[in-house]
Design a binder for this molecule. Structure first.
Ligand SMILES: [Zn+2]
Length: 202
């Protein structure tokens, strides 16, 4: 059984139907008028228009399912972060059971992760240094980017122009933990580096 449940609301700006694929979607872009709409409990709220992201050639496309390790994932949204000379993208995916995942694509590097509940004793990444160990994970990268836009639907509200800092912690077998720091929150993701050649677009 594939998870194909859909919820429909109407765009408060143009009235067109908004097909919502993920149960807990908070933010969606209207495909007709490109308005950004915040979904809250039973209400829909217009936030405004946001820039349409310039399309970039990508293996991953919105609503085009792919297979990885015998699991089927559907990309429902993406967030683009700029780090000055370039950008990376975080794709919001749903698996066939309706479970959310994130695929981060930074040039040729693909990381598939899921959000985990893990509270940190730190508020900012300035406490971290590359090379430092936290249990059996080693900090391998620290960086930051500015959120420049999104497409599709997202399980959480994002703030444009907000700076996100991230810390990658690695251990053997391509396993990865990512700590993400925004203005008012910290999130933790757990996953692995994946080989893009192992992705089969359906
Ligand atoms: Zn609209």
């Amino acid at each position: 059984m594939l998870y194909e449940e859909k919820f429909t609301e109407n765009c408060p700006q143009c009235g067109d139907a908004l097909a919502i694929h993920f149960k807990y979607t908070k933010l969606i872009k209207c495909h007709s008028c490109k308005s950004t709409i915040f979904l809250e409990d039973d209400s829909v709220k217009l936030i405004g228009k946001s820039a349409v992201l310039s399309p970039e050639p990508s293996l991953i496309q919105l609503h085009k399912a792919f297979k990885f390790q015998k699991k089927r994932f559907t990309p429902l949204g993406k967030i683009r972060y700029s780090y000055g000379r370039g950008f990376w993208e975080e794709w919001f995916l749903q698996d066939e059971n309706g479970k959310p995942f994130w695929l981060s694509i930074d040039e040729g590097d693909f990381v598939l992760e899921e959000k985990i509940n893990f509270s940190l004793p730190f508020k900012k990444n300035r406490e971290f240094k590359v090379g430092q160990y936290l249990n059996d994970y080693q900090i391998t990268e620290i960086g930051e980017g500015v959120c420049v836009g999104f497409e599709g639907e997202l399980p959480e509200a994002i703030k444009l122009n907000e700076t996100h800092q991230y810390v990658h912690l690695s251990r053997g077998n391509g396993e990865l933990l990512t700590l993400e720091f925004a203005e008012n929150e910290t999130m933790t993701f757990k996953g692995q580096w994946i080989d893009p050649l192992a992705i089969e677009v359906l």
